[in-house]
Ligand binder design. Structure first.
Ligand code: LMR
Length: 404
């Protein structure tokens, strides 16, 4: 039976990582998967995380199961981080949170919940988006459609088309929004644009599902929540998928959460009872370790301040490399204007390089980026930026885009 199966295609992001690992070129550069790297190309464990891990090792006294929806103290910490403990969503008990294995786990549980209880709902996804988004909802049996978002000509937001697209979405459908640091474009709405987006969503009766995977990596922990705050209106309903892979560096520990907001606490209780069934039949209950770290760091003022500093250091390095990359491209004689990369935020930018140019960079220079031309800016360092820009200049030379 199994022998008859054809080979499935490699994942466009994880598969690229496998190819990078096998590449023997000592000068190889990985701009593929969205993982933070420091100036030495390392993905270190946060100091705040290490401190808590030592504490947990000494103090943890059981490996008993967690509840289906995880640890209540962690779930409350997630809500406090999303809105602040004083927000009416929190004080009025309008939110329910379930600890999940990473942000992907949260998205999948959201998909299962939508598929079981709102079988006519469709999830609307930005064009372009993270390659895994449509697949997660398709796997859960939820149909997806796209809305316009990015303008390749300006490398910015096509706001009019975005708003126009939102205004066509039928009431009761779900719109998936990137909370900040849009993956793959690095292009986010401004605060004024978020307010307009929230107006249209409220007028149409659409349910926002906010994928919040990169908080703190754009403009700041508070600044990056501008979109979530705009959507969080009195009486609103919404879903949030939180991930702590990036902003706590907990990738392999799978720390995430699904939060559901409804009109009142009774509605939340009912909805969460169904979410718990999705979890129980999916993976029973979540893994503990990563979430315990997050909970402990957020509850301890000293560790929290240390963590905020560590997030800031990541953000500053990424934003610094954005500028250094643009300058080095210019210094390599590249004529094309890449200055948009310095204006974008988060780990990613869409370079505008074609699939053929992406292939040429990989085959000739061992530079790995996603086929769409997406780069992980956090993979650029002071040591590799020169080599990277010379390789890009070589590839663009063939199109007469380089000064000679
Ligand atoms: C990415 O987009 O590279 C990250 O979100 C990692 C992943 O799981 O794809």
């Amino acid at each position: 039976m199994f022998e008859a199966l054809a080979m499935a295609p490699a994942d466009p992001i994880m598969g690229l990582n496998d190819a990078y690992k096998k590449d023997a070129n000592p000068n190889k550069i990985n701009l593929g998967i969205g993982v933070y790297r420091d100036g030495d190309s390392k993905t270190p464990i946060f100091e705040s995380v290490k401190t808590v891990e030592e504490r947990l090792l000494a103090e943890e006294d059981t490996k008993n199961y967690l509840d289906i929806d995880g640890d209540g103290a962690y779930n409350r910490a997630v809500q406090d981080l999303l809105w602040g403990a004083d927000h009416e969503i929190v004080t009025r008990g309008r939110a329910g949170t379930a600890q999940t294995p990473g942000g992907t786990g949260a998205l999948r549980i959201a998909g299962d919940f939508i598929s079981r209880h709102f079988p006519h709902a469709r999830v609307w996804i930005s064009d372009p988006t993270w390659a895994n988004h449509p697949k997660i909802f398709e796997s859960a049996g939820v149909p997806t459609s796209t809305y316009r978002y990015y303008d390749p000509a300006s490398h910015g937001l096509n706001f009019d088309a975005f708003i126009h697209g939102l205004a066509q979405i039928p009431a009761g459908d779900v719109v998936l929004l990137h909370g900040c640091c849009h993956n793959p474009t690095g292009v986010d709405p401004s605060a004024e644009q978020w307010a307009r987006i929230a107006d249209v969503i409220a007028e149409r009766g659409i349910i926002p599902l906010v994928d919040f995977a990169y908080r703190g990596l754009g403009n700041g922990l508070a600044e990056d929540a501008v979109g979530l705050r705009a959507l969080s209106r009195p009486g609103c309903e919404l879903l949030v998928a939180s991930s702590f892979s990036k902003n706590f560096g907990l990738y392999r520990e799978r720390a995430g959460a699904l939060t559901l907001v409804s009109e009142n606490a009774a509605a939340v209780e009912k909805a969460m009872s169904h979410i718990k069934i999705c979890i129980r039949t999916g993976y029973s209950n979540p893994p503990s370790h990563g979430a315990q770290i997050v909970r402990t760091v957020l509850a301890d003022p000293q560790l929290r301040a240390q963590w905020e500093g560590e997030v800031k250091a990541m953000r500053d390095r990424i934003n610094g490399m954005r500028c250094a990359f643009v300058d080095a491209l210019e210094a390599s004689g590249v004529r094309r204007d890449f200055s948009f990369i310095a204006r974008q935020r988060g780990m990613f930018s869409l370079t505008g390089l074609t699939p053929q140019q992406v292939d040429a960079l990989r085959e000739r220079f061992s530079i790995y980026m996603v086929g769409s031309g997406r780069i992980n800016v956090a993979g650029i360092t002071r040591d590799n930026v020169g080599l990277l820009c010379e390789a890009i200049a070589e590839v663009l030379k063939e199109r007469n885009e380089v000064r000679v």
